[in-house]
Design a protein around this ligand. Structure first.
Ligand SMILES: [Mg+2]
Length: 276
């Protein structure tokens, strides 16, 4: 049994930013599969979106959804159910945020205080999401199948937005500003979800330490890039490298997206070969 794990962001990291292709990463993915190194999708995407990508990848490993809001482990993946999980829909689920419906209740109250100043996926519906994002209606449907978080598009003034965010914080939310949307969820991130799942693997494998690699290309990946033993920072065609505090054991890719991912993973596999 290997003691190695790969946690990876999807968009712009394992998947090409523009085409969503993972073809350049296939040889590295095959190498990981042969070595028995699990690849853990760790993303802002929903369970429904990840399930469809996992199928395309032939990936049957656990995954982390909605920016660290929950960890999904297929039932039976480990010999016993990890503590801190509930069994539902064929998964052992470790939840780190309250539900989307909880945040929607707060947003409904706020919609009276800030009328017309924001819209969310829930209020916009699938057609509205298509208009806001340019996704196909099928992709918008999967993106709207959220369990823990709600994307909000702010339309009002900056001052009102700051007040709106402060009110959400008072309710225990940790709103995160992404490129287009303010994501309203509990106080969770990809890094703390990684640490929890890494520990679950260490216990299942009965080893002290897991050698893990985290790969990501943007700001919402920083927490996991800081938390893993080795960080693989992927070059992005649309943003600079995210800034890390750490300086040791960081690989910066030359190539964009999945091509950079493949090179970085191969380098990491070679450098950890003797350790496993
Ligand atoms: Mg990304």
């Amino acid at each position: 049994m290997t003691g190695r794990l790969v946690f990876t962001d999807l968009d712009g990291t394992l998947l090409d930013h523009h085409s969503y292709s993972f073809a350049p990463a296939l040889p590295a993915l095959e190498q990981l599969a042969q070595l028995g190194v699990p690849v853990i999708p760790t993303t802002s995407k929903t369970r429904a979106e990840i399930e469809s990508i996992r199928m395309a990848l032939g990936n049957e490993h656990p995954f982390i959804v909605e920016n660290g809001a929950a960890v999904f482990i297929p039932v039976g993946y480990f010999s016993s159910q990890p503590l801190g999980t509930v069994e539902r829909d064929g998964y052992w689920i470790h939840e780190r945020s309250l539900s989307r419906s909880h945040w929607l209740e707060h947003l409904a109250v706020l919609s009276h205080q800030y009328p017309g100043q924001f819209e969310s996926f829930s209020s916009a519906g699938v057609d509205g999401i298509v208009a806001m994002t340019g996704l196909s209606s099928e992709a918008a449907r999967l993106a709207n199948h959220r369990e823990y978080s709600e994307p909000v598009r702010w339309l009002g003034s900056d001052d009102n937005k700051a007040e709106f965010v402060a009110r959400l914080r008072q309710k225990g939310a940790n709103p995160l500003q992404g490129g287009r949307f303010l994501s309203v969820a509990g106080d969770c991130d990809k890094g703390r979800a990684l640490v929890w799942l890494r520990q679950a693997f260490a216990e299942a494998w009965q080893i002290e330490q897991v050698a893990d690699l985290a790969a990501g290309d943007s700001g919402n990946d920083v927490a996991m890039l800081e938390a893993a033993q080795t960080a693989l920072v992927i070059r992005s065609p649309v943003n600079d490298f995210p800034e890390l505090k750490r300086t040791g054991d960081v690989i910066y890719s030359d190539a964009f997206g999945p091509a950079g991912w493949a090179k970085g993973v191969e380098h990491w596999l070679a450098s950890t070969h003797s350790a496993s």
